[in-house]
Every structure is written in structure tokens, then in C-alpha cells.
Design a protein around this ligand. Structure first.
Ligand code: NAD
Length: 355
């Protein structure tokens, strides 16, 4: 019998690849969770799970039939999410699905309907809500540190193309919109907390003809900032992870942690500038400010603990909290990704028809 102090939810991992193993490591650090076991179709991944001290099930059916399993974490390739999650929910298991939750909104709706019919939790591991760089931008936004924010650029740049064996295949749910876009768009919708109005997007195919290896999406929000979200995998020089422009200052976050700075105007009235003289002309408009009219600040401190995700899952199962990552949020991101594909395909601006 589980008492309040020692109660735990028992979780099994389906798909013990790169991310499944990450969940295995994380789960060992979350007090209210116990790992029951894992299942993978590849023998080398099964052996690795066993070496890591994790029990392995013979089959998915065996895992789903085990009454100890309260919840499953589904970390198989993207095209299998719908099928595996629905099987698990129909077996009465609560489900944590890896991102991207599905390949399209029809699949997602099917999964949501199944969770309601089976009366189980169904949520998605949008773990990058706990990234420090995002938390820093959220703090700047919430505290209105920069004044009215009118532009946000959020990007990730790599230079190795699309890694792995299924991520570069469209039919397996490959491509960077689904892989990284899902994180960056989820962050933006959470931050701005209102529906996007329109989006214009372009996909890149530098290293891959089969599916997108990067994209740029321009988002417009009613009474909100213009947002540019960009993912690149052929970028040998990375641009900053975040570039946030407010009426009183600018923040730059260089990478995934919190290296960066804020530059704020200290004296609006001092507009005089020493002109920059180039080989072909001169400009005052684009001349850098002098130190007496601006001030530089460090980025604010933020705290983050991704274990909150599983703590919330446990609390939801016990009926004590609402899910941090909701069906509506996940659907909003999915529909935005669909609009991005449609915009790129038609080379047009797509309006949000749900508002
Ligand atoms: P991976 O290829 O390393 O692992 C996938 C594993 O699933 C493999 O071991 C494979 O053998 C196994 N598998 C395939 N079919 C299976 C089946 N029918 N039943 C059981 N196991 C099966 O891929 P990955 O990088 O671990 O990605 C897995 C999922 O995790 C993807 O949806 C991916 O988008 C997601 N992911 C999320 C994050 C994140 O930060 N949230 C990071 C990486 C990957």
C-alpha cells in the first residue's frame, strides 16, 4: 500500500533509443517515480537497458499487460507515436508521448479522443519549456524588462545536417519542423499566450531532398511582437539563440545556457552620434551608441528543474494537479506546424482560421 510520503507512479519506457535512455536516467532522479522496465525492438538497445539495470519486457503486449505499469513513456520514432500511444491508452495506461506528438492534427485528435474514451492521462514531453534560455526570455517578457517587446527571434543552428536513420525520412516523421520546430513554436506560443494571426514560412533542403533540414517562419500576433523562428542544420557560424527587441532595450542570448547580455537605453534625449564613415559614404542613423546613453546588464538568473514534468504527471494521475502540457497547447502547436508546411508549399501567408 502506497502512503502519501512514499507513493510513486510506476513508469515503463517504450523505445529505449537515445531519448528513451535519457528518460531512464532522468526517472531515476525523480522521487515520485519508479521505472518498471523498458521495451525496444532492437536487441542492442535491450542489452543496454539491462546493463543500465532496467528490466526489459519480451514484447509490447507483455509491458501493457503488466498491472504495475501506471504510465508509459513513448520514445519511438515519430511515425509510430499514434499507434503505440493508442495501444497503450486502450490497455488502460497513462501516456507520456515524446514530441512531436504526431505527424498531423488528425492523428493527434485521434489520440486525444482515445485518452478521453479510456479516461487516462495523455500528455507530451515538451521538455524544452524547462530550458534555461527560454526561461530567461520568459522572465524578461513577464517582467517587461525591455519595455514593449516588438520583435523576437528564436533560432537553433547546427552544421551536421539531419542526424540519425529515420529523422531524414518524411514517412517516419522526419524533418526539422517536426523535430526542432515543435520545441521552438511551443515556447513561443507559451510565451506570448495568445493565438498567432498569420505565418509565412520557407523550408530548406540543403542536405536532404526528402524532408526539410531547416526552416524560417515569420509569425504575426494581434497586438504582439513579430516573431521569427528559425532552424538550420548547415550553419557553420551560429547566430544567437535568442534576439529580443524591446522599445527600451535589446537582449541577446547566445546559446542554450544563459550567456548573453541586455543593453538598455539610459538617455533617450542624447541622440547625437559620431557618424560612421565608410569607403562610400557616411551614416549617423546606423552609428553605434556612445557609452553615456546606454547601459549593459547581465541576463536575469533563472532556475529550472525538468523533473517538474514527471512530478506533474504523477500529481495528475493522483488527481491533484492539472497537466502542465495540455491537449489544447499541443494541438495549437501541431496546427501551426501544418500552417508552416502549407505556407512553404504554396509560398503564401497563411491566416489562422481558428481565431
Ligand atoms: P532513436 O532512433 O535513438 O530511438 C528510437 C528507439 O525506438 C530505437 O531504439 C528503436 O529500436 C525503438 N523502436 C522502434 N520501433 C519500435 C517499436 N515498435 N517498439 C519499441 N521500440 C521501437 O530516436 P530518439 O532520438 O530516441 O527519438 C525517439 C523519440 O524521442 C522521437 O519521437 C524524437 O522526436 C523524440 N526526442 C525527443 C527529444 C526531446 O528533447 N524531447 C530529444 C530527442 C528525441
Amino acid at each position: 500500500m502506497k502512503t502519501v510520503s512514499n507513493r510513486k507512479i510506476e513508469v515503463a519506457i517504450i523505445g529505449y533509443g537515445g531519448m528513451g535512455a535519457w528518460h531512464g536516467r532522468l526517472l531515476k532522479t525523480v522521487p515520485c517515480v519508479e521505472i518498471v522496465g523498458a521495451y525496444d525492438i532492437k536487441s542492442d538497445r535491450v542489452s543496454l537497458a539491462q546493463e543500465n539495470g532496467i528490466f526489459t519486457f519480451e514484447s509490447l503486449d507483455a509491458l501493457l499487460a503488466d498491472p504495475r505499469v501506471d504510465a508509459v513513456t513513448v520514445a519511438v520514432p515519430n511515425h509510430l507515436h499514434e499507434e503505440v500511444c493508442i495501444r497503450a491508452m486502450e490497455a488502460g495506461k497513462n501516456v507520456i508521448c515524446e514530441k512531436p506528438v504526431a505527424l498531423n492534427s488528425l492523428q493527434l485528435q485521434n489520440m486525444i479522443d482515445t485518452s478521453k474514451r479510456c479516461n487516462v492521462l495523455f500528455t507530451v514531453h515538451q521538455n524544452r519549456r524547462w530550458d534555461e534560455d527560454f526561461r530567461t526570455v520568459k522572465k524578461l517578457w513577464d517582467n517587461e524588462t525591455l519595455g514593449n517587446i516588438f520583435r523576437i527571434e528564436s533560432r537553433v543552428h547546427g552544421s551536421r545536417g539531419i542526424p540519425g536513420d529515420w529523422r531524414n525520412q518524411k514517412e517516419f516523421g522526419g524533418g526539422m519542423v517536426l523535430d526542432w520546430g515543435v520545441h521552438l513554436l511551443d515556447q513561443i506560443l507559451l510565451l506570448i499566450d495568445k493565438p498567432w494571426q498569420s505565418v509565412y514560412a520557407q523550408l530548406s533542403y540543403v542536405t536532404n531532398e526528402n524532408c526539410d533540414d531547416g526552416f524560417t517562419a515569420h509569425l504575426q500576433f494581434a497586438d504582439g511582437p513579430v516573431v521569427e523562428v528559425q532552424v538550420g542544420t548547415s550553419n557553420f557560424v551560429s547566430l544567437p539563440r535568442w534576439y529580443v527587441l524591446g522599445e527600451n532595450g535589446t537582449a541577446v542570448i547566445d546559446g542554450f545556457r544563459t550567456q548573453g547580455r541586455i543593453v538598455m537605453v539610459s538617455d533617450w534625449e542624447k541622440r547625437d552620434a559620431v557618424p560612421v564613415v565608410t569607403a562610400a559614404g557616411l551614416t549617423k542613423t546606423m552609428a553605434p551608441r556612445t557609452d553615456d546613453t546606454i547601459k549593459e546588464y547581465p541576463l536575469p538568473m533563472v532556475e529550472s528543474d525538468v523533473r517538474e514534468f514527471y512530478q506533474n504527471v504523477a500529481a495528475v494521475i493522483w488527481g491533484e494537479e492539472k497537466p502542465l502540457i495540455t491537449h489544447q497547447q499541443v494541438m495549437n502547436v501541431m496546427k501551426l506546424m501544418e500552417a508552416i508546411f502549407e505556407s512553404a508549399r504554396t509560398n503564401t501567408v497563411i491566416q489562422n482560421m481558428d481565431i
